[in-house]
Write a protein that binds this ligand. Structure first.
Ligand code: AGP
Length: 612
């Protein structure tokens, strides 16, 4: 969480920083701020609210400066307010700092500062760290760089920090542990960001800074060091991201754009991997660890939120197709247990951002205990993609809307291909079944496209249900996770309470909630449990619940018992979760919009959860 941006070079920094912050706003939008250096010194502007509020606040103020840093915040320590917004200024007045992450031992550091007579202006861990650095600099009469090195050795937690110093007006000092930092290399200028989006129109050359590295960034020089003060040669990589991918392209919201992009993102995900005509799946990451994957006694899947739902779908697929036991774990729980991991266990870590703190730590823990880690990640070059042994990118492109949509369907596609690939190597799938599923997968982008044509119908439905106080989502088998995902989307975007449940469990408790006001959304497409689902629907109807369902095209019998339906084309049940979630994404989106909410930036959330 929190987006950070920086610039040093011959241009005016302010417009670059503001534009960069708008692109990083998906990471947090509780407050925003900017620090600019010019010959007169340091100007800091910050404001509670979104970047647009900051921009309005700055109108008419001095924004001159060729070096600057900017921050968009997701609050951890201290409520969202002007006072707690970043950048923070040091007590001595010459340093300004922004921070993404959490300083876990900040209380201890704070106490040390208070004992020395410091008084703090905010409730943040960031201001504590900044003054701790300044205190070391003053006490040791050393450079800022040296002071940062000493201070960071005392710090526990996660951080990316960017510091400006009035005494070095063209330099940004940056350091990272656990939160992402990208440095863009221009001609006589450098850009810094939580991701590469703020620098896309200026450079294609970037350096992904690693944990425990410190960067001294000047217009025409980039020095990278470790905390032991040894110089490191920066590894320059070429950016493979287009500007259009991070713009709305005519859609009202990123979320709607991303839902509609799915036929293309799924196609991109299959390209070069799935060849139904030749009967082939080629996944280089799987090939690399083929032996280990084939002989794995157990696969543990970890993730959070939507990525955890993808893991649940994969559990059904891997167990059925590969005949291997699968455990699905919330990364946030897994890491604090004392999980039994044996040599040769495979851990599959699933993450859109590749930066989720809980997932990162879970991986580290499993790795220490000898597991092989396979990543299913969307963001290329992200932290998770770099600490796994092997993996497969989902190729969904940048996902900006906080509610995950296209990344989820791409995760399901990658995991399905993985299961098929491993099953074939293990001989746990018949040739006929394998070829049939390849064809089914290949047809998915087209079927998603067909489903999206019913957008207007779902928009109309949204008007009807927008005032409901609660929703229940029910599904069985592979569509139980679809029910969970549908409910999560609605909660996130519309702030309506929604629960996802296995349809068969309904009678063990949740059925008590059913009355004539409760919309119950069934995932009732044609599959082997269809009859059971119909019985569950009748049970709801008998208690006057409002029946909604995702149904298979042409299933008039199911349509007749529902108040409203959302239609998808027929698909094999093992690939159907990729398709069935699409109408539920649209339903959540349209209800959120109908209620007047900012669906791309739902309250209290952030896209990339880099705190525990
Ligand atoms: C999805 O709509 C959510 N915003 C959230 O649950 C998300 O899936 C979760 O935070 C995990 O993120 P990751 O995939 O980037 O690791």
């Amino acid at each position: 969480m929190c987006g950070i941006v920086g610039y040093t070079g011959p241009k005016e920094a302010y417009p670059i920083l503001i534009k960069g912050l708008k692109r990083l706003e998906y990471r947090g939008y509780d407050s925003a701020g900017i620090a600019l250096l010019n010959s007169a010194g340091l100007n800091i502007y910050k404001k509670k609210g979104k970047v647009a509020d900051l921009e309005e606040f700055i109108i008419g103020k001095n924004t001159h400066g060729n070096t600057g840093i900017g921050h968009t915040r997701w609050a951890t320590h201290g409520e969202p307010s002007d006072r707690n917004a970043h950048p923070h200024r040091s007590a001595g007045g010459k340093l300004a700092m922004i921070h993404n992450g959490i300083i876990e031992n900040y209380n201890q550091l704070k106490q040390e500062l208070l004992n020395k007579g410091y008084s703090l202006q905010s409730d943040t861990d960031t201001e504590v760290l900044l003054n701790f650095i300044e205190e070391i600099k003053n006490k040791n009469q050393c450079s800022l760089e040296e002071a940062v090195r000493i201070a960071l050795k005392r710090v526990t937690g996660a951080y990316v920090i960017l510091i400006l110093d009035e005494e070095n007006p063209d330099t940004i000092l940056a350091a990272r542990k656990g939160s992402p930092l990208v440095i863009g290399i221009g001609k006589g200028e450098h850009f810094l960001g939580s991701d590469a989006s703020p620098m896309l129109e200026y450079t294609r050359e970037v350096v992904y800074v690693n944990d425990y590295e410190l960067a001294i960034v000047k217009p025409d020089e980039l020095i990278l060091k470790n905390l032991g003060n040894e110089t490191i040669t920066p590894f320059v990589q070429k950016l493979d991201m287009e500007l259009a991918a991070i713009e709305k392209g005519g859609y009202q919201h990123f979320m709607l754009k991303e839902i509609h992009e799915q036929p293309h993102t799924l196609y991109d995900c299959f390209r070069g991997r799935l060849d139904a005509e030749a009967g082939l799946i080629t996944m280089s990451g799987v090939q690399q660890y083929a032996d280990e994957l084939v002989h794995a006694k157990r696969i543990i899947m970890v993730g959070c939120g939507t990525s955890w739902h993808a893991a649940l779908v994969a559990e059904y697929l891997f167990e059925e197709l590969c005949r291997v036991p699968v455990e699905v774990e919330y990364a946030s729980e897994f890491r604090y247990r004392n999980p039994v991991i044996r040599q040769g266990d495979i851990v599959v870590a699933i993450s859109q951002s590749g930066e989720t703190a809980d997932t990162l730590v879970a991986i580290e823990k499993a790795r220490e205990q000898g597991a092989i880690i396979f990543g299913v990640v969307n963001v290329v070059g992200s932290s998770i993609s770099r600490i796994t042994h092997a993996g497969a990118y989902t190729h969904a492109g940048p996902e900006i809307g906080v509610a995950s949509t296209k990344a989820y369907t791409a995760q399901l596609s990658v995991l399905t291909m993985m299961a098929l690939n491993i099953a074939r190597m293990k001989n746990t799938i018949s040739e006929e079944n394998f070829l049939h599923l390849l064809k089914e997968l290949q047809q998915i982008p087209e079927k998603v496209s067909w489903t999206l044509q019913h957008n207007q119908h779902i928009k109309d439905m949204a008007q009807k249900y927008k005032n409901a106080k609660d929703f229940l989502y029910l599904g069985r088998n592979l569509n139980f996770p679809t029910a969970l995902e549908g409910a999560l989307k609605l909660k996130e975007i519309s702030y309506i309470h929604a629960s996802g449940y296995p349809a068969g469990e309904m009678k063990h408790g949740p059925i008590a909630l059913v009355d004539e006001h409760l919309p119950v959304v069934f995932i009732a497409t044609k599959d082997k449990v269809h009859d059971k689902i119909i019985s569950n629907m009748q049970e709801i109807k008998a208690r006057k619940g409002r029946l909604l369902a995702v149904i298979t095209e042409g299933d008039t019998a199911t349509k007749e018992i529902c108040e409203d339906t959302m239609v998808v084309p027929e698909a094999d049940e093992r690939v159907a979760p990729i398709l069935n979630v699409v109408p539920l994404q649209l339903l959540a989106y349209h209800i959120g919009v109908a209620k007047g909410y900012d669906v791309d930036k739902p309250r209290n959330l952030a896209k990339s959860v880099t705190v525990e």
